[in-house]
Design a protein around this ligand. Structure first.
Ligand SMILES: *[C@@H]1O[C@H](CO)[C@@H](O)[C@H](O)[C@H]1NC(C)=O
Ligand SMILES: *[C@@H]1O[C@H](CO)[C@@H](O)[C@H](O)[C@H]1NC(C)=O
Ligand SMILES: *[C@@H]1O[C@H](CO)[C@@H](O)[C@H](O)[C@H]1NC(C)=O
Ligand SMILES: *[C@@H]1O[C@H](CO)[C@@H](O)[C@H](O)[C@H]1NC(C)=O
Ligand SMILES: *[C@@H]1O[C@H](CO)[C@@H](O)[C@H](O)[C@H]1NC(C)=O
Ligand SMILES: *[C@@H]1O[C@H](CO)[C@@H](O)[C@H](O)[C@H]1NC(C)=O
Ligand SMILES: *[C@@H]1O[C@H](CO)[C@@H](O)[C@H](O)[C@H]1NC(C)=O
Ligand SMILES: *[C@@H]1O[C@H](CO)[C@@H](O)[C@H](O)[C@H]1NC(C)=O
Ligand SMILES: [Cu+2]
Length: 575
């Protein structure tokens, strides 16, 4: 009887899977104070969702509708961004504060509603206000419409989310505020984490016999695990390895990739990597999973050394338990400044070509050459502890400032741009110079503004992102909202079109939403502006976004109702 019941249940599940009926995925995110003891210290009060770090995972199938009720019981203004989701038709739900909406005020609530259409893989959600995303974040897992059998790779035995993070022993809102007032960068983190836990290689105070919390992944020999690796760290790209194991990368930023074999995965903040790991034939053994920082900055900016660890533990298979308690094996990690390893990983990924999924368009409508980097800007009166100039960042020498009275999207929708934004984001930097190695006499000053680039619906836009070395050169993870882009080429030094064009991958370029521009180098991206609305493109280091490393694309309406920006939902928060 039980047997036939479960058989019937399986049949029912299979039918649901085959019909691919879209479901409604509903969550309540109660955002508020959460007291957590980390690194064996007395409890720190953080802002978190449902008292969890990381926050809850959103599991959806492609085609599902998602509704998330956000209750802001925190003392801070807050919005949530659904990182990498296109939001076609639900542009108002994208989430960046003052770009697509005003914040949800303390005590307020708002329901984000959107469809998960045309993408599969791993994405994530995070706060897009102040530095709150340090602790307000979680995974989004999008499975194929017809279930795990729809993967373009053998179905793994098990899936595991691996969320990399950065931890401060202090209130991150206050930290960001302090940096703003002084015109400086935010202090380095106190530790890195894997699934919210720093791992047992951290030392506790001598008076404590406890060890910091450690994430454990239990595996069985001969089984394949799909690791959904997300870099939710605030300012740090990470190297990721598991001693004695290698990976087959099958996806990045919720786009399938050609299978790529590697023993190290590199993820910059904002990026995700889906990797298969085969557990070998070794019972009773333990291995360290390690996430260590990649700091590309030159000259050096202060950063947190050390690594987060987790433990991969093989099922004992009848072996005595004592053997399983041996110290886990630790594999060597790349040094913090190993740009060669990072570059090899970032340039080795290509898209998996699939019928019905078009690759990069060959005809370009709009070409832009955009410098990205750090500089200095005059202190503003509110920056009461800033001396004359503070650290700033810019794109084409425009240091981006968020509007205060109305969101960019609302101003666009109502056609009242005065005092909110201007449409003069330039297609070239105002000055040509040796970007990668500027002369030391070069003026690093930049000015604040809110400039957008207006593009017509469906235009194919190509952007060369050129890193500058004015104050420091560094690999900036550039994230575009509302679209994926194709990565055509990447290199070091100054971009030279003739040499670069010969290297463009126009066959199967990787498709991403976040790209780590090589330090002192350049990258070429191309995207189709098929999503009317306001979409920021910005550095995904929280240290660089509020100081201006951003711009926005204003994508105009298409010719039909389906290709036009809909009106805002009636309950959208007001300023
Ligand atoms: C939440 O934490 C903040 C900062 O620590 C504190 O100012 C506030 O009073 C707390 N609120 C509640 C409701 O506990
Ligand atoms: C979202 O999906 C639902 C159900 O398929 C559909 O009715 C709705 O029109 C979709 N919304 C948008 C904005 O595409
Ligand atoms: C693993 O697979 C190998 C080869 O198929 C087999 O010989 C071995 O017995 C398997 N080990 C376990 C623990 O299942
Ligand atoms: C990395 O840093 C070390 C010092 O910490 C230095 O000796 C080495 O040359 C650096 N490597 C690169 C590639 O910059
Ligand atoms: C937007 O406003 C300007 C003047 O403020 C006007 O010239 C233009 O036609 C308006 N555009 C639309 C689409 O209404
Ligand atoms: C950037 O703009 C500032 C003025 O806002 C100017 O002083 C500076 O020379 C410009 N720098 C470059 C590299 O264009
Ligand atoms: C947008 O471009 C695509 C691909 O070139 C084309 O099929 C489609 O008709 C265009 N849509 C509009 C409204 O221009
Ligand atoms: C919070 O948002 C409200 C409404 O937009 C705004 O008036 C207020 O200044 C914001 N508070 C802070 C601390 O940014
Ligand atoms: Cu940056």
């Amino acid at each position: 009887m039980a047997r036939s019941c479960s058989w019937l249940l399986l049949l029912a599940l299979a039918l649901v899977a085959r019909c691919g009926r879209a479901a409604i995925v509903e969550h309540t995110f109660d955002v508020g104070n959460f007291s957590i003891s980390q690194l064996c210290r007395p409890a720190t009060v953080i802002t978190a969702v449902n008292g969890q770090l990381p926050g809850p995972t959103i599991h959806a199938h492609e085609g599902d509708t998602v509704a998330v009720h956000v209750l802001n019981n925190s003392p801070y203004n807050l919005t949530i961004h659904w990182h990498g989701l296109f939001q076609r038709g639900t542009q108002w739900a994208d989430g960046p504060e003052m770009v697509t909406q005003c914040p949800i005020c303390p005590g307020g609530r708002y329901t984000y509603r959107y469809n998960v259409t045309g993408q599969e893989g791993t994405l994530w959600w995070h706060a897009h206000s102040s530095m709150l995303r340090a602790t307000v974040h979680g995974a989004i897992v999008i499975r194929p419409r017809n279930g795990d059998h729809g993967y373009p790779f053998p179905k793994p035995h098990k899936e595991e989310i691996i969320m990399l993070g950065e931890w401060w022993n202090r209130n991150v809102f206050d930290l960001a505020r302090k940096a703003f007032l002084a015109g400086t960068l935010v202090d380095p983190a106190d530790a890195y984490t894997i699934n919210g836990m720093p791992g047992d290689l951290h030392r506790c105070s001598s008076s404590s016999s406890r060890k910091p919390r450690t994430f454990k992944l239990k595996v069985q020999s001969n089984r394949t695990y799909l690791l959904r690796i997300i870099n939710a760290a605030v300012n740090t790209p990470m190297f990721f390895k598991i001693a004695g194991h290698s990976f087959t990368v099958v996806g990045a930023d919720a786009s399938y990739t050609t299978p790529y074999e590697t023993d190290v995965v590199v993820v910059s903040p904002g990026q995700t990597v889906d990797a298969l790991m085969v557990a070998g034939e070794r019972a009773s053994q333990r291995y360290y999973m390690v996430a260590s920082p990649y700091n590309s900055a030159h000259p050096d900016v202060p950063f947190r050394e050390g690594a987060a660890t987790a433990v991969v533990e093989y099922a004992a298979a009848g072996a005595p338990r004592t053997r399983a308690r041996r110290r886990p094996l630790f594999g060597p990690m790349p040094p913090f400044n190993d740009t060669a390893t990072a570059h090899r990983f970032f340039t080795s990924l290509t898209a998996l070509l699939r019928p019905g999924h078009p690759t990069v368009p060959l005809a370009v409508d709009t070409r832009m050459f955009v410098t990205v980097g750090l500089g200095l800007a005059a202190c503003r009166p509110e920056q009461t502890r800033c001396m004359q100039q503070g650290v700033a960042a810019s794109m084409n020498n425009a240091s981006f400032e968020l509007p205060t009275a109305m969101s960019l999207l609302e101003a666009h929708f109502r056609n009242v741009t005065a005092g909110v934004y201007t449409r003069d984001f330039p297609d070239q930097p105002p000055l040509e110079f040796n970007y990668a190695k500027p002369p030391s006499s070069m003026d690093a000053t930049t000015a604040k503004s809110t400039k957008v680039r207006t593009v017509r619906y469906n235009a194919t836009v190509e952007v060369v992102l050129q890193n500058t070395g004015l104050l420091a050169r560094e690999s900036h993870p550039m994230h575009l909202h509302g679209h994926n882009f194709f990565v055509l080429a990447q290199g070091f030094g100054n971009f030279r079109r003739d040499a670069a064009v010969a290297r463009y991958n126009l066959v199967n370029p990787q498709e991403r939403n976040t790209l780590a521009v090589p330090p002192g180098g350049w990258a070429v991206i191309r995207f189709v502006a098929n999503n009317p609305g306001m979409w920021i493109m910005h550095c995904h280091f929280d240290a660089h976004l509020p100081i201006g490393l951003a711009m926005a694309f204003e994508v105009l309406d298409g010719p039909t109702p389906e290709t036009a920006l809909p009106p805002p939902p009636a309950d959208l928060p007001q300023c």
